[in-house]
Design a protein. Structure first.
Length: 101
């Protein structure tokens, strides 16, 4: 199994609305692509939240092919929709992990 992790630092001014949007709109759009079969939203603890909270959204793909198809076919559009909605009020970085046990 492959975990596509998106860690996002969200500006305090949009944090509540952003989280609701993620749960109701963005994540369902990502799942609807058919390349991921599950997800988790995690709130990072023990970090400085003076500027806002940090979340990790973890999407589970069955294999690397599904992830690669998502990146090549869907990611650009969905990332642009996020930027169009929230502009520079968040910072995101992405990591890819493989479950070994």
């Amino acid at each position: 199994m492959i975990i596509y992790n998106v860690t996002v630092k969200v500006d305090s001014s949009i944090a509540k609305e952003w989280l609701q949007w993620m749960q109701e709109i963005h994540i369902p759009e990502v799942i609807a692509t058919g390349y991921f079969n599950n997800y988790k939203i995690l709130h990072l603890l023990e970090i400085d939240e003076a500027e806002g909270p940090t979340y990790a959204i973890q999407y589970e793909a069955e294999n690397l092919d599904d992830y690669n198809k998502y990146i090549s076919e869907c990611a650009t559009l969905l990332r642009q929709k996020t930027f169009d909605k929230w502009g520079g009020k968040f910072v995101a970085f992405r990591t890819l992990m493989e479950v070994v046990h």
